[in-house]
Design a protein around this ligand. Structure first.
Ligand SMILES: Cc1cc2nc3c(=O)[nH]c(=O)nc-3n(C[C@H](O)[C@H](O)[C@H](O)COP(=O)(O)O)c2cc1C
Length: 218
């Protein structure tokens, strides 16, 4: 990825992609339904297996439902994610450990304030009794489209899937019909901070030409 300056107001697709990082600190201010509609429409443009369009999107604004689900989202953090993150934290003081602490603070913030995001989109699949990996593969392209659309509209969002640690409890709270399955919850709202570039490994470490001995040169 090049270091060229990015215009944070740009709606160029490549600029949007490069600045679409997880925005975990959101204002509780309401988001107009018209913007949520545009995000949902973007989701439905995504590729999906056989164009069967078994995705279903539940828009959640009900404070009581969000609070009830947040309880499990936090349990999953305390019981599963935090111990795992702590185990993988850099051992030595330095920039990597500082970055880890900043990430963890943002993750904890979202965990504690999950329900305060004014809108959630829960990405689900109908008829989801079949192979779950394949079903999810037909939902996540829509999720990515919706994240990009939110970013393009100046809205912050994060792909979250931690709730699946308590899938049954959460899906009951969300009132999912039988044979539906939830894959991701996108909390959406106006961001408190600024959008900025994603941090990713350079291309020549993860892309190759013809064989895995030949890095793709930029
Ligand atoms: C399958 C999946 C599940 C994720 N679940 C969560 C989650 O539950 N909570 C969260 O804060 N972030 C979650 N994330 C976001 C990642 O942590 C984030 O994309 C990654 O750390 C890169 O950070 P960036 O998008 O800000 O560059 C998830 C991402 C993916 C792809």
């Amino acid at each position: 990825m090049t270091d060229q300056a990015i215009d944070l107001n740009s709606t160029d697709l490549f600029d949007i992609q490069r600045t679409m990082r997880a925005m975990r600190r959101l204002k509780p201010d309401p988001v107009p339904d018209a913007l949520i509609t545009r995000i949902l429409e973007a989701g439905t443009c995504a590729p999906n297996g056989g164009n069967s369009q078994k995705w279903r999107f539940l828009v959640v604004k009900d404070p009581a439902v969000k609070k009830a689900v947040q309880h499990y989202y936090k349990c999953a953090y305390d019981e599963v994610q935090k111990p795992r993150h702590d185990a993988h934290a850099p051992k030595e003081p330095g920039p990597a450990l500082d970055q880890h602490h900043r990430n963890e603070a943002a993750i904890e913030y979202l965990t504690d304030h999950f329900h305060e995001a004014p809108v959630w989109i829960v990405a689900c699949a109908a008829d989801a009794n079949s192979d779950s990996a394949a079903t999810g593969a037909s939902v996540f392209p829509a999720v990515q489209n919706m994240l990009l659309a939110a970013r393009a509209l100046g809205l912050g969002a994060t792909l979250t899937a931690r709730h699946v640690a308590f899938r049954e409890e959460v899906e009951e709270l969300l009132g999912l019909p039988e044979n539906f399955r939830s894959f991701a919850i996108l909390p959406i709202g106006y961001p408190m901070g600024k959008f900025g570039p994603t941090r990713r490994a350079p291309l020549n470490e993860i892309a190759f030409l013809d064989n895995f001995d030949t890095p793709w040169e930029v």
